[in-house]
Write a protein that binds this ligand. Structure first.
Ligand SMILES: Nc1ncnc2c1ncn2[C@@H]1O[C@H](COP(=O)(O)OP(=O)(O)OP(=O)(O)O)[C@@H](O)[C@H]1O
Ligand code: SF4
Ligand SMILES: [Mg+2]
Length: 364
C-alpha cells in the first residue's frame, strides 16, 4: 500500500479508503417545534465528505465549535448522522462490536477516558478479554507488548500504576495503547495533545506518525492547531462553521493557503518553516450555528467578501495538485454585480489574493 500514490482527496490511488464520510450532516435539535413551527437546531456539520486512507494521517483543523468532534463522533458511530453515510472499506458501516474494533476513538482528556480506580494492566487487559484476543498468550505479556508499542518502558514500571500516578503524556499513551489493544485499522484522535504540556506534545505526535508508518493505520487527527497539522498530517481538511472550506496535501495547503479562512488560521500560527506567513485581517467571531449566515458562512468575517458571498454558498473549486477551496474568489465568471465588494470592506489584507482556480469546479 505504501508504494501507491496519495491524492489530494485523501484517497490512495488504486485503493478504497479504509474509512469514508460521505456528505455527512449533523443537526442537533435545541428547541422543539410546536405544531410544526418554531423549532431550531445547531447545524454542527454540513455536507462533509472525507476519506481516510490506509497508512495516512488526515488532519481536520478548525476553531472551537467548527464541528470537528461532531464529525469524529459520527465516524466512530457514537452519534447518528442526520443524513449522509459512513463507509468502512467502501461498504456502509454497520454499528456494532466489529466496527468498534476497527475504528477506535482517542479523546482529548486522558483523565476522563481512564477509570481512576483501575490500573494500567486492567485498562489494557480488559479490551483483549472482551474481544477474545488473547489467543492463549499470557495476558501480562500482551499488556507489556502494548506498553512497549507506545514507548512506556520498562513496562514493569507502569503496569500496576493507577491513572493519577502517571503524567498527562503517559496517561494519553495508555489511552492510545488501549485503543491499539483491539488491533484497529482506524484511529480517530480528537485533540490528543491539546491538554498536554507543549514539551511533550511532539513525542505523542511522533507516536501517531509511527502508528501510520509501522502499522499502516488510517489516522484522523483533529486539532485547532494548524502548525501541528502541517507537521504531522499528509492531508488537511480545514473546517469552518460545520463545513470543509479547504482541503489538500498538507504542505501546499499551508504554504499557499487558498481560502481566506485558512489564511486567517495560519496568520495566527506563525511557523518558521513556512516561507511567507500570510497576513489577513478578519473581524468578528464564528457564527451562531442555529442560524448560520447565508451564502458563504465566513462572509461576515471575510475581508474579501463580495455580494455573491452573501447570496450563494460557494462550491469547492478544484485547484492544482488535489487542492480545493470553497471560495468565490476562484470563480472566473462572476458578474460585476456579484463581485462587488461588500460595503465598508476592501479586498482584504493579502497582497496577492488567494490562489487562482486552475481546473474544473466541483460540486460543493
Ligand atoms: N449534543 C449537542 N447538542 C447541541 N449542540 C451541540 C452538541 N454537540 C455539539 N454541539 C454544537 O455543535 C457545534 C460543533 O461542536 P463540536 O464540539 O463538534 O466543535 P469542535 O470543532 O469540536 O469544537 P472544540 O474545538 O471546542 O472541541 C457547536 O456549536 C456545539 O455547541
Ligand atoms: S471571498 Fe466570499 S466566498 Fe470567499 S471566503 Fe470570503 S466570503 Fe467566503
Ligand atoms: Mg472538539
Amino acid at each position: 500500500m505504501t508504494t501507491t500514490e496519495r491524492t489530494g482527496t485523501g484517497r490512495v490511488d488504486g485503493g478504497v479508503p479504509v474509512l469514508e464520510a460521505r456528505s455527512l450532516v449533523k443537526y442537533f435539535p435545541v428547541r422543539r417545534a410546536r405544531f410544526g413551527v418554531g423549532g431550531s437546531a445547531v447545524h454542527a456539520v454540513e455536507d462533509v465528505t472525507l476519506a481516510l486512507p490506509e497508512s495516512g494521517i488526515t488532519a481536520v483543523v478548525g476553531e472551537s465549535g467548527s464541528g470537528k468532534s461532531t464529525l469524529a463522533r459520527m465516524l466512530a458511530q457514537l452519534i447518528k448522522p442526520t443524513s449522509g453515510s459512513v463507509l468502512l472499506d467502501g461498504k456502509p458501516a454497520v454499528p456494532g462490536r466489529s466496527y468498534a474494533r476497527a475504528v477506535q476513538l482517542v479523546l482529548q482528556d486522558p483523565f476522563e477516558s481512564l477509570n481512576p480506580v483501575h490500573s494500567v494492566r486492567y485498562h489494557l487487559a480488559r479490551p483483549l478479554q472482551v474481544h477474545g484476543l488473547t489467543g492463549g498468550a499470557s495476558l501480562d505479556g500482551l499488556v507489556t507488548e502494548l506498553l512497549e508499542r507506545v514507548s512506556l518502558t520498562p513496562a514493569d514500571e507502569f503496569i500496576a500504576k493507577l491513572p493519577h500516578e502517571l503524567s498527562g503524556g503517559q496517561r494519553q499513551r495508555v489511552a492510545i495503547a488501549r485503543a491499539l489493544a483491539v488491533r484497529p485499522r482506524v484511529l480517530l484522535a480528537d485533540e490528543p495533545v491539546s491538554m498536554l504540556d507543549v514539551s511533550i506534545r511532539l513525542g505523542l505526535l511522533n507516536l501517531l506518525a509511527d502508528l501510520r508508518d509501522r502499522d499502516g493505520l488510517a489516522v484522523l487527527y483533529v486539532t485547532h492547531d494548524i502548525a501541528s497539522a502541517r507537521y504531522l498530517a499528509d492531508q488537511i481538511a480545514v473546517m469552518y462553521a460545520g463545513q470543509v472550506v479547504e482541503s489538500g496535501p498538507a504542505a501546499p495547503l499551508t504554504d499557499e493557503p487558498a481560502h481566506p479562512y485558512t489564511q486567517l488560521l495560519l496568520s495566527a500560527a506563525p511557523d518558521p518553516d513556512r516561507p511567507t506567513p500570510p497576513t489577513l485581517a478578519a473581524q468578528g467571531a464564528p457564527p451562531n450555528l442555529t442560524r448560520p449566515p447565508s451564502g458563504c458562512r465566513f462572509h461576515p468575517r471575510c475581508p474579501h467578501a463580495m455580494t455573491v458571498c452573501t447570496q450563494t454558498a460557494p462550491p469547492a473549486f478544484a485547484l492544482t495538485g488535489g487542492h480545493s477551496s470553497a471560495c468565490w474568489l476562484h470563480a472566473r465568471d462572476l458578474t460585476a454585480a456579484q463581485s462587488q465588494p461588500l460595503q465598508g470592506r476592501g479586498r482584504g489584507g493579502q497582497d496577492d489574493g488567494p490562489q487562482q482556480a486552475t481546473a474544473k469546479e466541483t460540486p460543493a
